[in-house]
Design a protein around this ligand. Structure first.
Ligand SMILES: [Zn+2]
Length: 128
């Protein structure tokens, strides 16, 4: 991926996060580039934000992809219910392709991303 493609992807990720925050009326303390999520995790984050908002959560400190998992940091005072819901989303992110949202093979995480077999590099596919 060259620099222009990376820049375009960052812009798309930033826009998606902005849309989801607005949709669920959530505030983000640390905005991009501190916070960013892969496009393939849109549905996971959309549902997480909906549930957090329903639980009364109004603010997220940071949301990003780290060590091939979704990471969501809630403010001090977050309830056990909110934290449990975040855990569910993190668990789901481990099994979801970060490019297209399809079920992903956890093994591909070693290549620097959580990817399904279709999105994984051809070299990964020929390995098995
Ligand atoms: Zn994929």
């Amino acid at each position: 991926m060259n620099f222009d493609e990376r820049k375009a992807r960052w812009a798309a990720e930033e826009q998606m996060l902005g849309e989801l925050l607005e949709k669920h009326r959530l505030e983000l303390e640390l905005g991009p580039p501190s916070s960013a999520i892969p496009l393939g995790w849109r549905a996971i984050v959309d549902e997480l934000f909906a549930d957090l908002a329903a639980l009364g959560c109004r603010k997220i400190v940071q949301i990003k992809s780290k060590f091939f998992e979704l990471r969501v940091y809630l403010p001090d005072g977050a309830t056990a219910e909110e934290l449990a819901r975040v855990e569910q989303a993190v668990e789901r992110s481990c099994r979801t392709c970060e490019r297209c949202g399809a079920p992903a093979d956890r093994l591909e995480m070693q290549r620097g991303a959580t990817l399904c077999s279709a999105c994984a590099p051809a070299s990964a596919a020929s390995r098995s």
